[in-house]
Design a protein around this ligand. Structure first.
Ligand code: GDP
Length: 445
């Protein structure tokens, strides 16, 4: 999970504070030390760690704390606000040109995820009713143009590429031609994919800088693989000096990234993180919300992102009906099954589970989660009578045995499913009523 380890360490050190009535300087120092260690282990750059922990210490010990909260909650609030700060504060959206086309140039090391991002951006822009066009300016790697054509086709966007067989093309020329073409054909956003190298090198920088000079882009997005850890800051600085950029895109946040890149790059370059890539598929992509990311790191769940994604995948009317049923206690096993099936449709189940509050602690459950589980659940529920599905309280011992026989599972499996259902309906009810489920050990927030 994103920042899994960091998140665990931070919540643990904050949870240790909960029983304290009043915070002494020693309490604060102890917690700050643990936070410092957790951040360093997550590969966050040292200067960022120093500034971050100094702020927390200063604020936690000042009189200017929120008196409505208990001391532990105060520290959580401070850590949360400071995390939002180093992640960039506000959401930063694309600056569109007053006079189209808007030009967006992508830069970054080879393998950072630029080409994939081009497809993701195009897909999102199409959803937002723009007419994006992709431009293949990575003319170094033999397969790069082809790869851009593939993601372009997946996104349903036009790809502008030099004619094959013309020898090694000049990317600056291609970029200029592309913008002229887009203007003529009324494409309103031009996304320029550029070449990357495995390491920072002068020639690469020069080429990217030349493309930038020739096309005067409205945005230059620096794409960085969140897995590169400590190298993130040096790489970002090299690109800032060589090409400069207006925003950062973090890719591969779905991997086992320790999170350091995310927490260091915005702060050390002064450029905002604008998007996050969380998978190879074109829809595994989000606008970066510093506040939501901070609460995800602190394992407060990401109710807003969850709701947004659920809305995309779920039929709105169905969702309203389900929410009403949950609030009224009429949630049945049929609804539970329908919901699981819709979640499967929504794709990345693990990611959705990871966004539920408190799920950080249920890491085993998430890691062991398996889509085959949905199939098993389906079989068990389908082996129940309509009356049983409507009213699970009916399901006594002999009914459990019959259900198990009917679907070829054990009675234990049936019991587990019923327990899961009960838990899910309890949690969903809280969310449907507008509440946040309590965070274990922290009391209501
Ligand atoms: P480029 O060289 O910068 O254009 O990078 P690519 O877009 O070709 O990406 C390199 C590899 O990383 C490809 O195999 C992509 O499928 C993969 N990739 C890109 N973005 C992500 C992401 O967010 N998560 C994961 N897991 N893989 C990604």
């Amino acid at each position: 999970a994103i920042f899994g380890n960091l998140s665990l360490r931070l919540t643990e050190s904050l949870a240790n504070l909960r029983t304290k009535g009043k915070l002494t300087p020693a309490d604060v120092d102890g917690t700050v030390r643990e936070i410092r260690r957790a951040l360093l282990e997550a590969d966050v750059a040292l200067p960022v760690v120093k500034e971050f922990t100094a702020h927390i210490r200063e604020r936690a010990l000042s009189d200017d704390v929120n008196k409505a909260l208990n001391p532990a909650q105060q520290v959580v609030q401070i850590v949360n606000e400071e995390l939002i700060g180093i992640l960039g504060g506000e959401v930063r959206r694309i600056n569109f040109a007053k006079q189209p086309p808007t030009v967006i140039m992508l830069a970054g090391l080879q393998g950072a995820g630029k080409t994939t991002l081009a497809g993701k951006l195009a897909k999102k822009l199409l959803e937002d009713k723009h007419q994006p066009m992709l431009v293949a300016c990575d003319l170094q790697r033999p397969n790069a143009v082809n790869q851009l054509q593939i993601v372009g086709a997946q996104a349903g966007a036009h790809v502008f590429a030099p004619e094959p067989g013309n020898g090694i093309g000049d990317p600056v020329r291609v970029a200029k031609d592309a913008i002229k073409y887009a203007t003529d054909k009324h494409y309103d956003v031009v996304i320029i994919d550029t070449a990357g190298r495995l390491g920072v090198d002068a020639e690469l920088m020069k080429q990217a800088a030349n493309i930038r000079k020739a096309t005067n882009p409205d945005e230059v997005l620096f794409v960085i693989d969140a897995m590169i850890g400590q190298d993130a800051v040096a790489t970002a600085k090299a690109f800032q000096e060589g090409v400069d950029f207006t925003g950062v895109v973090l890719s591969k946040l779905d991997g086992d990234a320790r999170g350091g890149a995310a927490l260091s790059v915005a702060k050390t370059t002064g450029r905002p993180i604008m998007f996050a890539s969380t998978g190879e598929r074109l829809d595994e992509f989000e606008v970066f919300h510093p506040d939501r990311m901070a609460s995800r790191i602190l394992d407060m769940g990401d109710i807003l992102t969850l709701i947004e994604q659920a809305q995309k995948a779920f039929d709105e009317e169905e969702a309203m009906k389900a929410a009403e049923k949950m609030a009224n206690d009429e949630f049945t096993l049929d609804d539970f099954l329908a919901q699981m099936q819709q979640m499967r449709k929504a794709g990345n189940m693990k990611r959705m589970l990871g966004m539920l509050p408190g799920m950080g602690q249920m890491k085993d459950l998430i890691d062991n989660f398996d889509e085959r589980e949905i199939n098993r659940t389906e079989a068990i529920i389908q082996s129940m009578t309509p009356a049983e599905r409507k009213n699970p309280k009916l399901i006594n011992g002999s009914r459990r045995a019959r259900i198990a026989r009917g679907c070829g599972r054990t009675v234990t499996d049936v019991n587990t499913l019923l327990k899961n259902f009960e838990q899910a309906s309890k949690m969903m009810k809280t969310v449907a009523r507008g509440g946040m489920p309590n965070i274990p050990g922290m009391g209501p927030m």
